[in-house]
Design a binder for this molecule. Sequence first.
Ligand SMILES: NC(=O)c1ccc[n+]([C@@H]2O[C@H](COP(=O)([O-])OP(=O)(O)OC[C@H]3O[C@@H](n4cnc5c(N)ncnc54)[C@H](OP(=O)(O)O)[C@@H]3O)[C@@H](O)[C@H]2O)c1
Length: 322
Amino acid sequence: MEYKTLGRTGLQVSVAGLGCGGFSRLGLGTGKSKAEAVALIRQALDLGVNLLDTAAAYGTEEIVGEAIKAVPRENVVIATKAWLPRGDGRHAAERAVTSLDNSLRRLGTDYIDVFQLHGVLPQGYAEARDVIAPVLLAEKAKGKLRHLGVTEAASEDPEHEMLERAVEDEVWDVVMVAFHMMHQNARTKVFPRTIANRIGTLLMFAVRNIFSRPERLATALSELTARRELPRWLALAPNPLGFLVHERGAASIVEAAYRFVRHEPGVDVVLFGTGDPEHLCANIASLLAPPLPTADRLTLAKLFGHLSGVGLDPPWGMPGSP
Ligand SMILES: NC(=O)c1ccc[n+]([C@@H]2O[C@H](COP(=O)([O-])OP(=O)(O)OC[C@H]3O[C@@H](n4cnc5c(N)ncnc54)[C@H](OP(=O)(O)O)[C@@H]3O)[C@@H](O)[C@H]2O)c1
């Protein structure tokens, strides 16, 4: 495993972070048991992953709590999140503290390393910063959390309007940002400012459905070509991203997708979500592999660099893509 400093938090974190939400939810999303989910986390820890990202909304905090009993607490970096009803006004801050206390209980720990507000919209940002964050900073002073973070609602805010503001404010030590081969606009809108302000970054949506399910990619390409945002050959090609798979390049589209985000300047931790032990090993290997060949990166920038908001699927029934 390789480790990096997570911005100004000073935390040493693995470049591969296990996402405990998404469609997989450690395998719970595809019918696996809690025991299998605990084993999956322990497999990740054995391979050197030390950052686990969960959330109250995922229903996986108790599983994380069970899994980390196997290691000293200071050996893992736990990131979790509070999902707050939108437009909740003065109740929002007290709900955030209740959510923090519940997370501590479910995780079986007395502090959270990175406590994040989950899926904050541009129109909710002022409340997050001015009403909720001050109350959480008071909880930080009591030792319940080490660092405050914020995650964007990617599908509803594909232009990163919320994060463009958050990265200029001092309260957030860590931000979670969506970036992938067909949604590259964080390169200009977010990363230059997180680097300048030494804000740690957690990367989400590297693969999601669009690069793990060929039919999802085909649908996206036919919609984009119909809107003339992409050349027609991409929708007609039997294997449209096949140019990435070759002897000196990636072995698969999924590998290419993880390698693409991993080496982007400004990316600290790439979160990967899986419920499959073999995928877990493969993804860690991909994240430790060298950058994609320059020619492939240039092709991805030329073909897809202008796109925004592609493939940011929210989990079923959950607005704001937690
Ligand atoms: N707003 C937010 O706060 C927010 C939003 C989205 C995500 N997140 C965080 O980011 C994490 C990662 O997001 P994500 O879950 O979408 O992860 P991802 O790594 O981008 O995509 C995971 C999907 O790809 C599949 N997959 C993974 N490895 C594979 C492989 N080697 N071969 C084929 N398919 C593979 C997984 O299915 P299998 O189970 O079959 O491997 C899963 O369906 C989440 O768990 C969560 O912690 C946060």
